[in-house]
Design a protein around this ligand. Structure first.
Ligand code: ZN
Length: 650
């Protein structure tokens, strides 16, 4: 028996079809969910799912049922969009009504454990037909479930890690649910990318045409995003709502937030943001209070239909029923022009990949912008001093950068330490040790050791390891290619004894995501001071360069550019070095930004204020206003503005 596939979300949700079926009869996943599924977490934890609250997940959910004539779907989404619930309902339906071998692939161990214990495990416990069918873990027979493999009559569900090629190569599954695919590696130790391995594991179901594969993810980086690519290959459905004024179908879009003459979300830059929406069709205003009602009028419409295209979906917080437009406005204002925060906003709020590919500014332009501040002195407003070193066959390049809480930076020292680099206590390394021990004065003569000291271990690796072992607080790093790499990875032990155990006090290495860091640096280096009536102010992230820095320094820090390339069959921009240009000072700067990253992501205004006091910064140098609580972006900005005005005195 083949149940006719029902397109209208409301027909399923509002209907009572499910009640009339015998228990094992075919039933669309959304109808099954409405009848049986109990939510494992969130506001309605422990309650039966009410799909009228989230009608946008009904259609993609039903695409994963056996009666939908599609094999693949792709969902490119922001945060707060209930697509994890969609995956859970698809799994539940399949266990109960369409048993087969399934896999769920998660990018990390943490994500996998969270999905298993907080989401899936709880839903199985709470949902009667699943509780009855999934074999308990305690059972010692071969049929029993394990932590990461749920067994049930005529099928199984394996939870797999995208980073484990061994697991992925062994899988055989009719249905594969690939979650947060943008966090998957591009390549698993030369064994291909995880999505190809998943596809290979579904090959035996190709002939019957019954296989299903879902890609669900928040996108991360433009031109490197797997979900962006999968979404673009599909028919690109958007949630079309009824304009309450003229009834035309529109998609809620992010557009020129401060220009009320265009369509899109509009709001004030300061709190309260009083966000509202201007409809593209008739210019009518949709108030915040109407958001949920307008959302509920929505339905999916393909914006790029075509033969052979699978359904792909894009959904964001502008439409999502759980987020408010004022909240979106607040997030955007708080992001300011910080590329890292804007990236988060773009990814998590708009569900769009962020363009991090920013080319180097012209070196002559940066040279012209040099300022008259003293070298080797921490300027007023800076509360962090980082040193970064790049070791060569002969000699070590070193850069010292002071940072303010708003990420303004000052290069206070840049030099080449000439000498051999083969010994840890002689030649250039002896000079580096002097820098390690050095104290850097501020303009009031107080002196501070460097807060972070990073040294690239790509060359003379063993000497670098030994040097970092001998100099507490220093970190050995190694560049890690790729757009999705974190600025500074966790430390991994490099010294292992003959039994494979780590040696206490041994060398540690941190991988450094140099690609996005270079983009961040070039974004900041391109910032210009803002001229107002009183003089110049510097935007957050502004890079100050002293008159003492020479042409060679500027040529090196701007030595790389982006080139279109391909990686394992996918297009990808990569950094290339300009001909006849060294890039050592660029590597140093990347290290300095990597070392500062944790401060800028974890310190609140209060933490910076405490640090200023701990450093004995005098009352005149402190902001007059008390630092704002962390959540209040508006006040925090004025704190930063005060720092900027302090810096004007330079
Ligand atoms: Zn209208």
């Amino acid at each position: 028996m083949r149940l006719e596939y029902i397109h209208s979300a409301r027909a399923i949700v509002g209907g009572t079809l499910a009640a009339h079926f015998a228990p094992a009869a075919p039933i669309a996943p959304s109808a099954w969910a409405a009848e049986f599924a109990v939510l494992p977490d969130g506001e309605y934890a422990g309650e039966k799912i009410d799909l009228r609250r989230t009608p946008h997940i009904v259609e993609p959910l039903d695409m994963l049922g056996p009666d939908a004539p599609v094999n693949e779907i792709a969902v490119m989404k922001s945060g707060q969009t209930a697509f994890t619930t969609m995956l859970l309902c698809a799994i539940g339906h399949s266990i109960d009504r369409d048993p087969c071998d399934m896999v769920v692939v998660q990018p990390t161990d943490v994500a996998l454990r969270k999905f298993n214990s907080i989401k899936l495990g709880r839903m199985i416990e709470l949902t009667a037909p699943l509780r009855d069918k999934v074999y308990p873990q305690s059972s010692r027979s071969a049929a029993g479930s394990t932590t990461y493999e749920k067994r049930f009559p005529r099928g199984s569900l394996s939870l797999l890690l995208a980073s484990s090629p061994a697991n992925l190569r062994m899988l055989t599954a009719k249905k594969a649910l690939c979650d947060e695919v943008d966090e998957y590696e591009d390549d698993l130790d030369g064994q291909g990318d995880p999505l190809s391995l998943v596809a290979r594991g579904q090959k035996s179901f190709k002939a019957s045409g019954t296989w299903k594969r879902a890609y669900v993810s928040t996108p991360v980086i433009q031109d490197a995003s797997k979900i962006e690519e999968k979404h673009a290959a599909g028919d690109q459905r958007r949630w079309h709502v009824d304009c309450p004024h003229c009834k035309e179908r529109i998609v809620l879009e992010w557009n020129a937030p401060y220009d009320p003459t265009t369509h899109g979300l509009k709001f004030k830059k300061t709190f309260p943001h009083q966000a509202y929406y201007v409809a593209r069709c008739c210019g009518g205003v949709i108030e915040s209070a109407q958001k949920v009602a307008v959302y509920r009028t929505g339905r999916w419409v393909a914006t790029a239909p075509g033969p052979g295209k699978y359904p792909s979906y894009h959904f964001d917080e502008l439409s999502a029923p759980f987020s408010t437009w004022d909240g979106i406005a607040a997030d955007y204002v708080a992001a300011g022009n910080d590329p890292a925060k804007l990236k988060t906003f773009w990814n998590l709020t708009l569900g769009l990949p962020f363009n991090v590919a920013v080319d180097a500014p012209d070196y002559e332009l940066l040279m012209q912008r040099r300022e008259d501040y003293p070298p080797e002195v921490i300027p007023p407003g800076a509360l962090l001093v980082n040193v970064s070193a790049d070791v060569q066959m002969r000699g070590i390049y070193v850069e010292v950068v002071a940072f303010a809480p708003d990420q303004q930076s000052w290069t206070i020292f840049a030099d080449y330490l000439d000498g051999s680099t083969t010994e840890v206590d002689a030649g250039a390394f002896a000079e580096l040790t002097k820098l390690y021990e050095r104290e850097w004065p501020d303009t009031n003569g107080r002196k501070f050791r460097a807060d972070e000291f990073l040294i690239d271990s790509g060359y003379r690796t063993d000497v670098v390891y030994e040097w970092t072992r001998r100099h507490p607080g220093t970190r050995a790093t190694k560049g890690d290619d790729g757009w999705s790499k974190v600025p500074l990875g966790i430390a991994t032990d490099q010294d292992i004894d003959y039994r494979g155990r780590k040696i206490k006090g041994g060398a540690k290495l941190r991988l450094m995501g140099t690609w996005p860091l270079k983009s961040k640096f070039y974004t900041y280096a391109a910032l210009m001071p803002i001229a107002d009536g009183a003089g110049l102010t510097f935007p957050p992230g502004f890079c100050h360069f002293g008159r003492f820095l020479d042409e060679n320094y500027f040529k090196q820090i701007t030595s790389e550019y982006l080139e279109d390339g391909a990686f394992r069959g996918r297009k990808r921009k990569t950094w290339k070095q300009r001909p006849h240009r060294d890039n050592h000072f660029l590597d140093c700067r990347v290290g300095n930004i990597a070392g500062a990253h944790a401060y800028f992501t974890s310190f609140k205004a209060d933490d910076w204020a405490a640090r200023a006091i701990a450093r004995g910064v005098s009352a005149e140098e402190l902001p007059v206003e008390a630092p704002a609580p962390a959540a209040n972006a508006g006040e925090q900005k004025s704190y930063f503005e005060q720092l900027a005005s302090l810096n004007k005195g330079l």
